[in-house]
Design a protein around this ligand. Structure first.
Ligand code: AMP
Ligand code: TRP
Length: 336
């Protein structure tokens, strides 16, 4: 029996090289070995102020991105097409303490960021409840492993706490406790400011979109910051290190890594040569993704139908769990 893997991503804009190398590429690889469930979590996306006119389109765009880089449509679901996530979340709310939720670091960070942004200080109850919905995402498919970054560790702990409290209350080891699947994934930095991680929130020059046209990718890599100020002979500067990281992560299709590293060590490396190799390698990796995405985009209807069908299939699993859970906790189940 294959073990179950589940992970989810919020539809909050373009996929960039940081998300791809840091998370999504790993999801693609895990498909060979595990029974995989990958969710686009739009219920989570409405916990922060957002544009109601854009969300649905963002969700479909992200679905297209994921399929274009190699996630199989049958592994994908859209969270709001499986409303049992919200139903299980409600039940879990009653197996989770309010105090523990207020202590979650992501809640503290996000509610504070909302204040700092000069927002209207509106912190939704949904934001506080976010990790309980995440626990429902995970436990509803009885996932064994959840591939996520270190920042999600606390949410996984909460998920296990909820599962344990639930098991205790019903007097049965009903939920398996899921484990985090930490994989060594490269941390990609902004090419414009290699002291910070590549991310959307810092602005357009701080991320390279996976589906960017070739000229723009080359331009962004060409203008990457390398050494700033004094050069430390002992340590590679963050900018140069990031370029080597990108070369490795993108598969080094030009086969230049070893000789560039030798040149670096002997002090003979020209950064323009390194950048060209990185650009060639990244472009070679991205070109088929861009082509596949264009193909999908030309027949959106077909992909949408496929994802609705996969969400429907996946929903059956979720419905079964919720039925069992309702039986266990004393709620009603009837066939109408
Ligand atoms: P975000 O879009 O920031 O919510 O990130 C989605 C996923 O991509 C998370 O699991 C992050 O750990 C991962 N990720 C985002 N940015 C980077 C980056 N610059 N390097 C590595 N992983 C990243
Ligand atoms: N909170 C996760 C993030 O910000 C997204 C997420 C929602 C998730 N539900 C999940 C991740 C379930 C793993 C499993 O990246």
């Amino acid at each position: 029996m294959k073990k179950t893997v589940l992970s989810c991503i919020q539809p909050t804009g373009q996929m960039h090289l940081g998300n791809y190398f840091g998370a999504v590429k790993n999801w693609v690889d895990l498909q060979a070995e595990y029974d995989c469930f990958y969710g686009v979590v739009d219920f989570h996306a409405i916990t922060m102020p957002y544009d109601t006119k854009k969300l649905r389109n963002n969700t479909w765009e992200l679905i297209m991105d994921l399929v274009a880089v190699g996630i199989k449509p049958e592994h994908l679901f859209i969270q709001s097409l499986v409303p049992e996530h919200a139903e299980l979340c409600w039940i879990f709310n009653c197996f989770c303490s309010y105090g523990q939720l207020t202590r979650m670091t992501q809640f503290k960070d996000k509610s504070q960021a909302n204040e700092l942004k000069g927002g209207d200080n509106y912190i939704s109850a949904g934001l506080l409840d976010y990790p309980v919905l995440q626990a429902a995402d995970i436990l509803i498919y009885k996932a064994d492993f959840v591939p996520v970054g270190k920042d999600q560790e606390q949410h996984l702990e909460l998920t296990r706490d909820i599962a344990q409290r639930f098991n205790h209350a019903v007097g049965k080891e009903y939920f398996v406790l899921p484990d985090t699947l930490f994989t060594e994934t490269p941390k990609i930095r902004s090419t414009a400011d290699p002291t910070r991680k590549m991310s959307k929130s810092a602005g357009a020059k701080h991320f390279i979109s996976v589906f960017e046209d070739e000229a723009r990718v080359r331009k962004q890599i060409k203008s990457a910051v390398t050494d700033t100020g004094e050069v430390d002979p002992e340590n590679m500067s963050p900018g140069v290190d990031n370029l080597f990281e990108l070369l490795k992560a993108s598969g080094d299709s030009v086969g230049a890594l070893d000789s560039l590293m030798t040149d670096y060590n002997s002090g003979a490396l020209k950064y323009s040569v390194l950048k060209e190799a990185v650009a060639d390698s990244v472009v070679a990796m991205l070109t088929p993704f861009r082509e596949k995405r264009a193909e999908l985009s030309a027949d959106k209807r077909a992909l949408k139908d496929q994802i609705k069908a996969s969400s429907f299939e996946i929903r059956k699993r979720a419905q079964q769990t919720v039925k069992e859970v309702k039986d266990l906790v004393g709620l009603m189940n009837v066939k109408y």
